[in-house]
Design a protein around this ligand. Structure first.
Ligand SMILES: *Cc1c(COP(=O)(O)O)cnc(C)c1O
Length: 381
C-alpha cells in the first residue's frame, strides 16, 4: 500500500460504538470497570487511553512498526527511551545531535551514570572505535539538525549488530514518509512529532516506535512509570495533522530542492547544506536510504551580521525556532536550537555564525525565492 493511502487508513479509525469516522477524544482519566474480578483494557489514562492508542497505532503503522508510543514532547520521547538504560551503561552518539538531546546526555543522564561518547557518524571507523565493553546503543539522527549531515543508517546498523548493540534513530527531519529506519534494521525510531508529523506548529508531541516486543515492553514500562504521555486533545490534533503528511512532505521537499539549488548559485551564499543536492557530501547515501532530501536546508551567508540583515528583511518565513510547519520557518541555530553548545562545540558541528536554517512550508516556491532574492540583495559582501 502506498504511504499516502496508509496515512489516511491509519489516521481514520471509526469509533466502534457510534461509527464516527474520527477517533473520539476520550477525555477521561479513569475508566469504569464493569466486573469486580476482570478489569477492562483501560484503567487509568497514564497507562493507556483509547484516543492515545489510536495515535500510537497510527505512528507505528507509518514507520512500518508494531509498537508506537506517544509523549508530551519530542524530548519526553527521547528522554523516556534513553531511560531504558541503566547506571554504568554507555552510548555512542552522533555529534550532530539535536541540542535538547545533547543537554539530556550531558547534564542529566551523566548524573545518573549513563555515559556517552560523541562521534562523527560519517567516519564509521571512529564510530566503531568509540564502542566500549559497556556500550549498549548507538544513537543517530539523519539528516542532522541543522547542517543536514547524512549518516549511513544501514552501515551503522551493521556495526551495531556486530557488537550486539541497539540502534536508535531520530527520524524527525525526514518523517516516516521520506525515510523508514526500522526497515534498515534500526531498533527504535524517535520523533519530535511537534515538527512534520503534526505539521501545523500548534502542538508539542513526541513518538517512539519499535518492532521488538521486548524493547516495546521496556519502553512501555518507562512511559507508564515516568508518565510523560501525550494528552488526548493533542493526540486528536496530531492524527488530524498526520492526514496531510504525504502531500505536505512531497510539496515542501520539492520546493526545498528548488530553493536550495537556486541558493547555491547566489554569490552571497557561501555554503548550502541540503542532501537533495548532487553537490552535497551526503547525497549518495541520502539517495540510497530516503526518497528525497527533505523539506529543510541550511545555508551560510558569510557572517552573523549578514544573517541578521537577511532575517530582518525576509517577509514570508516566520523567524523562529522549530520546523516542519505549513508556514516556512527561518531560524538562526547558533542562538536558537543550538544555543546550549559553546562556540567551539558549534563550530565543530558546522554551526557557523552565518548559518541560517530554512524549513520550507506550503507557500508558493516562486514567492519564497523572490523574498530570498530581495533579502540577499541587501547583504554586505
Ligand atoms: C525539535 C526536535 C527534537 C525535540 O522535540 P520537542 O518536541 O521540541 O521536544 C528532537 N529532535 C529533533 C531532530 C528536533 O528537531
Amino acid at each position: 500500500m502506498h504511504d499516502w493511502t496508509k496515512i489516511i487508513k491509519a489516521t481514520t479509525v471509526a469509533d466502534p460504538a457510534t461509527g464516527a469516522v474520527n477517533t473520539p477524544v476520550h477525555l477521561s482519566s479513569t475508566f469504569n470497570q464493569a466486573s469486580f474480578d476482570h478489569f477492562g483494557k483501560f484503567d487509568y489514562t497514564r497507562s493507556g487511553n483509547p484516543t492515545r492508542q489510536a495515535g500510537e497505532k497510527a505512528v507505528a503503522a507509518l514507520e512500518d512498526g508494531e509498537f508506537g508510543f506517544l509523549y508530551s514532547t519530542g524530548m519526553a520521547a527521547i528522554s523516556s527511551v534513553l531511560e531504558i538504560f541503566s547506571q554504568g551503561d554507555h552510548l555512542v552518539v552522533t555529534k550532530f545531535v539535536y541540542g535538547g538531546t545533547f543537554r539530556i546526555l550531558e547534564d542529566v543522564l551523566s548524573r545518573f551514570g549513563i555515559s556517552h561518547t560523541f562521534v562523527d557518524p560519517t567516519d564509521l571507523d571512529a564510530l566503531e572505535a568509540a564502542i566500549r565493553p559497556n556500550t549498549k546503543a548507538i544513537y543517530i539522527e539523519t539528516p542532522s539538525n541543522p547542517v543536514l549531515a547524512v549518516t549511513d543508517i544501514a552501515a551503522v546498523v551493521a556495526i551495531a549488530k556486530r557488537h550486539q548493540l541497539l540502534t536508535i534513530a531520530d527520524n524527525t527531519f525526514m518523517s516516516p514518509v521520506l525515510q523508514k529506519p526500522l526497515r534498515l534494521g534500526v531498533d527504535i525510531v524517535v520523533h519530535s512529532a511537534t515538527k512534520f508529523l503534526s505539521g501545523h506548529s500548534d502542538i508539542l508531541a513526541g513518538a517512539a516506535i519499535t518492532n521488538d516486543p521486548g524493547l516495546a515492553s521496556r519502553i512501555y514500562f518507562i512511559q507508564n512509570a515516568f508518565g510523560a504521555t501525550l494528552g488526548v486533545t493533542d493526540t486528536f490534533l496530531l492524527l488530524r495533522g498526520i492526514k496531510t503528511l504525504g502531500v505536505r512532505m512531497a510539496q515542501s521537499s520539492k520546493a526545498a530542492l528548488q530553493l536550495a539549488a537556486w541558493l547555491e548559485q547566489q554569490p552571497q551564499v557561501t555554503r548550502v547544506c541540503y542532501p537533495g543536492l548532487a553537490s552535497d557530501p551526503g547525497y549518495t547515501v541520502q539517495q540510497k536510504q530516503a526518497t528525497s532530501g527533505g523539506a529543510v536546508f541550511s545555508f551560510d551567508v558569510g557572517s552573523a551580521a549578514n544573517a541578521k540583515i537577511l532575517a530582518e528583511n525576509l517577509s514570508i518565513p516566520e523567524f523562529s525556532v522549530s520546523l516542519g510547519g505549513v508556514e516556512s520557518i527561518l531560524s538562526y541555530p547558533a542562538k536558537m536550537s543550538h544555543a546550549e553548545m559553546s562556540a567551539e562545540e558549534q563550530l565543530a558541528c558546522g554551526i557557523t555564525p552565518g548559518l541560517l536554517r530554512f524549513s520550507v512550508g506550503l507557500e508558493d516556491p516562486a514567492d519564497l525565492q523572490a523574498d530570498l532574492a530581495q533579502g540577499l540583495a541587501r547583504l554586505n559582501h
